[in-house]
Design a protein around this ligand. Structure first.
Ligand code: TRP
Ligand code: SF4
Length: 330
């Protein structure tokens, strides 16, 4: 008897900027854990990035390459996970087109992220067909691989729900082809940016995986602390200080405990405290930086990885697309 097949996981990220610590500690660490247990497919959603950046596509290719380097440097293992680029597999476009034939427009119009993003991104005209259909492309990305789990953050749940609704609609209109994928919610530790707000590219408060050591140290030096601690002699409260959150993530227990104590009594100053957190962060990031440098110097290696991952992905997506066409009589 053959052993039961490993469950399958699929996820993607948009190449719309450089990866930061929030992404590393959230999505990437989760992906790394999943690749140990499941058959994984991880792809760069470069077509999705066009939906909001169509007026300036100049950096999507660069961000795609950087994203792949970040994944690999952070420990995504191409032996375990098929790593590929969406735009190199036309099956995603074909299934998107076929699903667009059956998706009712009101389902898309009432998608909460559609309205929210339009509100949020005021400087771009997002009244396009492609942007409205963003979740249909995402549904195609997912359904092509019939994954058991899709690791995503909470913000993506409406898209996953729509994916399941589309799967049900397809299955009932034609014949059962698509199993309904389940989300695998990513637990994000609280990661605040240098200004004390949520770490986010759009706030310009990130520490990026591609930042060099001096840049990371400099960003930490100017990071906000407990706002009530004005003078060196003022006692502080680590519980409201975003630097302390970093300690909790990166520092050894003894340092965390020391900061927690000596901040409250003003024994340690913020400059020294930040130096300690910088050291811990640098220690964690150094292997990633080393790997990044190696991969940056070897573009052929990255190319080979996505070519090979792309083949493994296409083998699955072709099979699904054949079933889809047969079910739809095309
Ligand atoms: N919409 C996702 C995001 O912005 C990216 C994405 C595209 C995705 N296709 C996907 C995620 C398929 C999971 C599965 O984060
Ligand atoms: Fe924050 Fe550290 Fe300063 Fe306390 S000593 S306020 S934890 S930076």
């Amino acid at each position: 008897m053959s052993p039961p097949a490993r469950k399958r996981v699929l996820s993607g990220m948009q190449p719309s900027g450089l990866l930061h610590l929030g992404n590393l500690l959230g999505a990437l660490d989760n992906w790394k854990a999943l690749q140990e247990k499941y058959e994984c497919f991880f792809f760069v959603a470069d077509w999705h990035a066009i939906s909001t950046n169509y007026a300036d596509t100049s950096r999507i290719k660069e961000f795609t390459r950087e994203l792949l380097i970040d994944w690999l440097a952070a420990g995504i293992d191409p032996q375990r996970a098929a790593v590929f680029i969406q735009s190199r597999n036309p099956d995603h476009a074909i299934l998107h087109l076929l699903l667009s034939m059956i998706v009712p427009v009101p389902w898309l119009e009432r998608n909460p992220t559609y309205k929210e993003k339009q509100e949020e991104i005021k400087d771009r005209d997002l009244s396009t067909y492609g942007f409205l259909g963003y979740p249909v492309l995402q549904a195609a990305d997912i359904l092509l691989y019939k994954p058991d789990y899709v690791p995503v953050g909470k913000d993506q749940l409406p898209h996953l729900e729509l994916t399941r609704e589309l799967a049900r609609r397809f299955n009932s209109l034609y014949r059962p082809v698509f199993p309904e994928p389940r989300e695998h919610l990513t637990q994000f530790p609280k990661v605040l940016g240098t200004d004390g707000r949520k770490m986010s590219k759009s706030y310009g408060n990130t520490i990026n995986l591609s930042d060099a050591e001096p840049v990371v140290r400099q960003k930490l030096k100017t990071m906000v602390t407990d706002p009530a601690r004005v003078k060196r002699t003022d006692p502080g409260n680590p519980d409201v200080c975003p630097v302390y959150d970093f300690h909790k993530i990166f520092s050894p227990a003894a340092v965390i405990e020391r900061v927690n104590r000596e901040c409250r009594t003003a024994e340690i100053g913020c400059i020294d405290c930040k130096k300690l957190v910088a050291d811990a962060m640098v220690e964690r990031l150094t292997p990633i930086w080393d790997e990044r440098n190696k991969l940056t110097a070897k573009p052929d290696r990255v190319e080979e990885i996505v070519r090979e991952g792309g083949k493994r992905a296409a083998a699955v997506s072709h099979g699904t697309l054949e079933e889809v066409k047969a079910a739809m009589n095309i």
